[in-house]
Design a protein around this ligand. Structure first.
Ligand code: FES
Length: 578
């Protein structure tokens, strides 16, 4: 083991450097793990914050990744300590993993602050694990480096690429229309999830891994190396080496996560055709750091960014192809050459973003398109406003149907998700393809947790006519693997009496993407009368975390963080008894 390299006064010395009874306790109990005395000699203590869990299958390989990080830390004379935090698995956790993003972030924040750590490596993968760990670490502001677990290998079914999530929606619709049998549907389960790693479409997990890299919080290449590729382990090893240097440099998140870094991330999201969920997570993360960042930034800064990356759900390829084609560094280089990147922002490897990406190459223009001939003209998230969403709603044009971008249709209203499930496939449902499906009470407070149900599957009787898209409006989120002309995150949400709550069957709704409008044709007098008659349809929780969540969660346009978690408390331990 190397000698420690840092010259800084370390935070961990407050624990392990003491020559009194407290110091005895701090060291002695650690020694029950077989640790020799010299690891307490003042070397940097590096926390490896692990979301490994067999209930989070996307992160189930992270113990192995942690071992690789440890190798790097040891090589550089650091002392690695791995610790678990709440892991949020998208597929199993009910009612929705998003309900617990803020809770997990609190776990992360207090685990880092309360322990003898000088820096931390965050091991993330599945959708909510990335923002929750970044939010918690940002509120402590110790040197932090993020290592994503990487995407699964390409799904493959009968020699066709199939993508996580995206093909579940497609195959489900095919079963409903009789184009696929239930047996074939079941056969695709194993074909879709062929290796360790997270969803390999450009869903939320891949988007957030790209955000990590675009924000400068991960090493170059972090986003796309497949989880099963040996180079993912090498990246983790190098992250372990680098975090020890970051202690010496005091390279903390607040030096990396600047306003310019967030602008880079917004533009990157447009270029990759990324998930709408990134909007909420980045708003919440910026809130932890006090960085000025609003919903409108997504439209204003991302508006003219061309979508370069041809990945499902908007396109044809998958993350494994993206890696072979050059990965995110190649996209960032293209943004830089187009004047759409703040080149001088600092990243965790100590270099500027431009230093990292300026020589990146594109190896397959079917996957990463040239800027002058993009995959889609507009990749950015559109922010809509109007009397149906005065505080904003979002739509992802790259996943929507061009012919529906300007549309007026009759509202078919579902009061909540149970109402939707009960009636959507009924032959009695009064709906045609020109209608607008409206789903209420699925926002942060209403669901609660703002589930990914906004991409409501179309009514069976519409699917049978061959129609594959309709305008849908809700206060919910949408899986990053989903697609369609779907208006999401309508604010204020129905459960707090937002205008969405007042829409009734037969009202005419207009979506005007070019004009950034979302309106319902109800005069103000009628709206006011409905407002007076409105009552919340669901009782609020009366105990536990969910009660606290419902009482303090902010609306989607502010990131749906808990109001008292805005800002950070730094790494100092309050009222320390020692
Ligand atoms: Fe974990 Fe998609 S379910 S990343």
């Amino acid at each position: 083991m190397d000698t420690p390299k840092t010259t800084r006064k370390l935070r961990s010395t407050e624990w392990f450097g003491r020559q009194d009874k407290d110091g005895f306790a701090y060291r002695s109990w650690m020694k029950n793990q077989g640790l020799p005395h010299h690891v307490f000699d003042g070397r940097p203590v590096i926390g490896i914050c692990n979301t490994w869990s067999e209930l989070t299958p996307c992160n189930a390989h992270l113990r192995e990744i942690a071992e690789r990080v440890k190798r790097g830390v040891y090589e550089m004379g650091g002392f690695p300590v791995e610790f678990p935090v709440m892991s949020l698995g998208e597929t199993l956790l009910r009612p929705t993993a998003m309900l617990f993003r803020n809770l997990a972030s609190m776990d992360v924040e207090e685990s880092i602050r309360g322990n003898p750590l000088d820096a931390v490596v965050l091991l993330v993968g599945c959708d909510k694990t990335t923002p929750s760990l970044m939010m918690g670490a940002a509120s402590c502001d110790l040197p932090t480096l993020v290592v994503s677990g990487g995407p699964m290998l390409n799904g493959r079914f009968r020699n066709e690429r199939i993508g996580s999530g995206t093909h579940v929606w497609k195959f489900d619709a095919m079963v409903k229309t009789g184009e696929m049998t239930t047996e074939e549907f079941m056969e695709t389960e194993a074909c879709m999830s062929r290796s360790v790693g997270h969803c390999m479409t450009m869903g939320t997990a891949s988007t957030m891994a790209c955000m990590v890299e675009a924000l400068g919080m991960g090493l170059p290449g972090n986003a796309a190396i497949p989880a099963a590729d040996s180079r993912r382990k090498a990246l983790a090893h190098m992250a372990g080496r680098r975090i020890v240097e970051m202690v010496e440099e005091d390279l903390v998140p607040s030096k990396v996560l600047t306003r310019e870094a967030f602008e880079n991330a917004i533009r990157t999201n447009g270029a990759i055709g990324g998930s709408t969920n990134a909007v909420i997570h980045l708003l919440a993360l910026a809130g932890r750091l006090g960085v000025e960042h609003s919903l409108d930034d997504w439209d204003q800064i991302g508006r003219d960014v061309p979508c370069l990356v041809n990945l499902m759900p908007s396109g044809d390829y998958l993350m494994e192809d993206f890696y072979y084609a050059g990965g995110l560094p190649a996209v960032l280089r293209k943004l830089g050459e187009a004047g759409l990147l703040h080149k001088e922002v600092l990243t965790v490897n100590g270099k500027t973003q431009w230093d990292n990406v300026q020589s990146a190459e594109v190896y397959d223009e079917n996957v990463i398109f040239p800027t002058e001939k993009p995959f889609k003209e507009a990749g950015g998230i559109v922010v809509l406003r109007g009397n149906l969403a005065p505080d904003g709603a979002v739509l992802k044009p790259s996943a929507a149907s061009p012919e529906l971008m300007q549309h007026t249709g009759r509202a078919v209203v579902f009061e909540d998700i149970d109402d939707y499930k009960a009636r959507v496939d009924s032959e009695e449902l009064d709906v045609d393809a020109s209608c607008v499906l409206v789903l209420k009470n699925c926002g942060p407070r209403g669901y609660p947790g703002m589930a990914e149900v906004g991409n409501m599957a179309l009514p069976a009787k519409i699917l049978k006519t061959g129609v594959t898209d309709m305008v849908r409006v809700s206060d919910a989120r949408m899986s990053g693997t989903a697609y369609g002309t779907v208006v999401l995150h309508a604010c204020p949400e129905a459960a707090v009496g937002g205008p969405l709550a007042l829409v009734q069957n037969g009202d005419m709704i207009t979506l005007d993407v070019a004009g950034r409008g979302l309106s319902v044709d109800i005069d103000e007098k009628t709206m006011e009368a409905r407002r007076q008659a409105w009552k919340p349809i669901h009782p609020q929780a009366t105990r536990g975390y969910v009660k606290m969540y419902q009482e303090t969660v902010m609306q989607a346009n502010e990131g749906a963080d808990l109001d008292f978690l805005r800002g950070g408390s730094g790494a100092d331990v309050p009222r320390d008894s020692h």
